[in-house]
Design a protein around this ligand. Structure first.
Ligand code: GLV
Ligand code: GLV
Length: 321
């Protein structure tokens, strides 16, 4: 049997790569940076499978450049806004993703960001390193309390629920806004709220929605205007859910207390972005799922999705088209 040819757009952990190498002829993009558009269009030509990252835009042009033998697209991420799902469905190409395995790891990170912004951890670290710690001060680096506060979760999927569990352990009151989770299906001690109420009442607002036309710039100037001046916004979902200009205005004019971002628009954030001048912003380079164990599990899951697709079998974790 000839080994199917596949294109893997970045070196993923061995747990997945060795499964692929055992069964396929793997063209592995060797660089740390993603393939350029031209390189992507050229490298997919003639392949039966594509294993993509969230940095690769996999649209109709890429699918057509690959050719009619393309059998499967497997995304090394739970989110799949980088893939044109209708275009894949129209061509009969199943798309895989990695739900579940990264839920707890990403929820841990959302909570780390929340705590860091609330207690000004990054500022505090910079303060000490700059040699500014001269004595104990009654009013230095005062933050906001997490314990006893209200968390508003926008999106109550797997990750949102995992963040809710952590919040309950911290004695927070949990509100959520998610039309797919009606009041009768609300998890214990989680209260549904309309978006307006959530924005007005929450001390912490954490985003857990996928990026879709409906969620793009969901958090805009009008949303910031409703938030408390002590509010903290946490985004571990997708950058474009927040309007970056409105975020800059809200933070620089202290209309909210702080924000913590693992994702930005655009991504990566330009080094000269005015957001990076703000001391009330905590920022990370899209590392929510980045634990050794979880990235290994994602690699295995992405490989298993791809291999199932090559065999013409149902993908273990397929995006509903
Ligand atoms: C990361 O953002 C993912 O969707 O897995
Ligand atoms: C991702 O796992 C989500 O559905 O929140």
């Amino acid at each position: 049997m000839t080994r199917p040819k596949i294109f893997v757009t970045r070196r993923i952990p061995e747990e997945g790569l060795h499964l692929l190498e055992a069964a396929c002829t793997v063209d592995l993009w060797p660089e740390d940076r993603p393939p350029s558009r031209e390189a992507l269009l050229a490298r997919v030509r003639g392949v039966e499978g594509i294993l993509s990252m969230l940095t690769d835009r996999i649209d109709a042009a890429v699918m057509d450049a690959a050719g009619p033998q393309l059998k499967v697209i497997s995304n090394y991420a739970v989110g799949y806004d980088n893939i044109d799902i209708p275009a894949a469905t129209a061509r009969g190409i199943p798309v895989g993703h990695t739900p579940g395995v990264l839920t707890e790891t990403t929820a841990d990170f959302a909570f780390a960001l929340l705590m860091a912004a609330a207690r000004r951890l990054i500022e505090a670290d910079a303060f000490v390193r700059a040699g500014r710690w001269k004595t104990w001060e009654p009013q230095r680096l005062l933050g906001v309390d997490v314990y006893g506060s209200t968390l508003g979760l926008i999106g109550l999927g797997r990750i949102g629920r995992a963040v809710a569990r952590r919040a309950l352990g911290f004695g927070m009151r949990v509100l959520y806004h998610d039309l797919a989770v009606p009041p009768e299906a609300a998890p214990e001690r989680c209260t549904p709220a309309d978006l307006d109420t959530l924005l007005r009442q929450a001390d912490f607002i954490s985003l857990h929605v996928p990026l879709t036309p409906k969620t793009r710039h969901l958090i805009d100037a009008a949303a910031f205007a409703k938030m408390k001046p002590s509010a903290v916004l946490v985004n571990t979902a997708r950058g474009p859910v927040v309007d970056p200009q409105a975020l800059y205005d809200a933070l620089s004019k202290r209309r909210i207390f702080a924000a913590a971002l693992d994702v930005t628009e655009p991504e990566p954030i330009p080094a000269d972005s005015p957001l990076l001048q703000l001391d009330n912003l905590v920022i990370a380079p899209h590392i929510g799922s980045a634990s050794r164990a979880t990235r290994g599990k994602m690699a295995r899951m992405a490989a298993e999705n791809l291999l199932a697709g090559l065999r013409g079998e149902p993908l273990p974790h397929r995006v509903e088209g």
